[in-house]
Design a protein around this ligand. Structure first.
Ligand SMILES: Nc1ncnc2c1ncn2[C@@H]1O[C@H](COP(=O)(O)OP(=O)(O)OP(=O)(O)O)[C@@H](O)[C@H]1O
Ligand SMILES: [Mg+2]
Length: 458
């Protein structure tokens, strides 16, 4: 099995609407803290505290194969709480968000999509002792020669790199391919890096702390000058997900000689991950775990809008939750009693089959008070750098109680634009009034539809 070149396949997510959420905002006893220290979340104390317990269960690894359901009306912060759980778990625990409707694709089977996301949510921490060159970069010089293929321009023939540790320095002559990885990791003189001897993989660990006073950029991580020799054996810890391993070991489609050569050139994205491959990988993973080389890190699969799944998916999920390596699954839905998709007339709470529902721990989110809405609007305005008079926050929160929180949050940016057009720097009450006359919320719109039914096409 190949582990060296495993690239992370973490999904990038658009969470712009939740960028103010930094965590659950709980104190050391797991109680919800008040607004000022609450890491972006306002109110919803019970849900937050329950989510805190889920986080504890996950961290102490007593949660695998279980599932949680966040249920509540639209715009009550279900997605926000789920993302806060992800923040609390930190970057070492895999968190794979998906939306129920993602399973409907004409190319891939529904269960295949679910399986892939399941495996994205199971992590493996691999400890390996590797031969490395480690140190602070003292010199980094690409050496160029005339392009041997003729033509203009020069090519990098090798790279000279100087590495310094507390014990000594060493100068290395490296292959140009490593130069590329050095550039990818944005290595500069003064960084602490290590290069794996047999794969040439480069890892930048941070900036050497002798440079700590250079700029005070918070984003930079400063690390001490490594001890020992430059060339040594080092315990390297790598976090990957099962899906990363699937992808890294999947053969490009085709596999004919010529094709695979072309394939290497074109780096095809389409690869085949078969059940057989997954079984093979599971076998190797289990062996690694038995040998103590690797440790399983069950993460979280978050399925938002779970009512979009159909009965086939639910059955599959139910079975998958029973398997030996399963992640923790968090569902969210805003549906009440409704028919389960894919059935004729089976009505069930939240559109989830009763037998699955029976396994879930349910966390409810409740509608917000006007007070809470004001707080959330204030935080949102701050994160979007929107100036707002306090009377307009109040006014907007009143609109929020009549419509939904999401609607009033969405009105912030257009209202600010309007204020600027009117030559003001902060949103006044009149801007909000004008904007709320221009745009309708779902309820008002539905009411208008009902009143003027005869004017619309059927
Ligand atoms: N308690 C809260 N504190 C701070 N911000 C919140 C809170 N609850 C919700 N928000 C913000 O309000 C907006 C709507 O919330 P969210 O998207 O989480 O609702 P939802 O319950 O997932 O709704 P839906 O059922 O429609 O998916 C988001 O921008 C979210 O970040
Ligand atoms: Mg949501």
């Amino acid at each position: 099995m190949k582990i060296e070149e495993v690239k992370s396949t973490t999904k990038t997510q658009r969470i712009a609407a939740h960028s103010h959420i930094k965590g659950l905002g709980l104190d050391e006893n797991g109680m919800a803290m008040s607004v000022s220290q609450s890491a972006g979340l306002v109110g919803q104390e019970t849900a937050r505290e329950a989510a805190g317990i889920v986080v504890e269960l996950i961290k102490s690894k007593r949660m695998a194969g279980r599932a949680v359901l966040l249920a509540g009306p639209p715009g009550t912060g279900k997605t926000a709480v789920a993302l806060a759980i992800a923040q609390e778990l930190g970057s070492k625990v895999p968190f794979c968000p998906m939306v129920g409707s993602e399973v409907y694709s004409s190319e891939i089977k529904k269960t295949e999509v679910l399986m892939e996301n399941f495996r994205r949510a199971i992590g493996l921490r691999i400890k390996e002792t590797k031969e490395v060159y480690e140190g602070e970069v003292t010199e980094l010089t690409p050496v160029e020669t005339e392009n041997p293929m003729g033509g203009y321009g020069k090519t990098v023939s090798h790279v000279i790199i100087g590495l310094k540790t507390a014990k000594g320095t060493k100068q290395l002559k490296l292959d140009p391919s490593i130069y590329e990885s050095l550039q990818k990791e944005k290595v500069e003189v003064g960084d602490v890096i290590y290069i794996e001897a047999n794969s040439g993989a480069v890892k930048r660990q941070g900036r050497s702390d002798t440079f700590a006073t250079e700029f005070d950029l918070e984003a930079e991580e400063y690390v001490p000058l490594p001890k020992g020799d430059v060339h040594k054996k080092k315990e390297v810890i790598q976090d990957v997900t099962l899906h990363d391993l699937d992808v890294a070991n999947a053969r490009p489609q085709g596999g004919q000689d010529i094709l695979s050569m072309m394939g290497q050139l074109m780096k095809p994205k389409k690869t085949e991950i078969t059940d057989k491959l997954r079984r093979e990988i599971n076998k190797v993973v289990n062996k690694y775990i038995d040998q103590g080389v690797a440790e399983l890190v069950p993460g979280v699969l978050f399925i938002d809008e779970v009512h979009m799944l159909d009965i086939e998916c639910f059955t599959y999920l139910h079975r998958a939750l029973e398997s030996a390596i399963a992640p923790i699954v968090i569902f969210a839905t805003n549906r009440g009693k409704c028919t389960i998709r894919g059935t004729e007339d089976i009505v069930s709470p939240h559109g989830i089959p009763l037998d699955l529902l029976d396994r879930l721990m349910i966390i409810r989110t409740l509608a917000y008070s006007q007070e809470d809405m004001m707080q959330i609007l204030k935080i949102r305005a701050q994160t979007e750098s929107i100036q707002m008079e306090s009377t307009s926050i109040q006014y907007l929160s009143v609109i929020g109680t009549k419509t939904t929180l999401r609607f009033s949050v969405q009105m912030l940016t257009p209202a600010f634009l309007l204020a600027k057009m009117n030559g003001r720097q902060s949103i006044s009450e009149s801007d909000i009034k004008e904007i709320s006359e221009l745009f309708f919320d779902a309820k008002t719109s539905a009411k208008i539809l009902a009143e003027h039914e005869e004017k619309y096409m059927k």
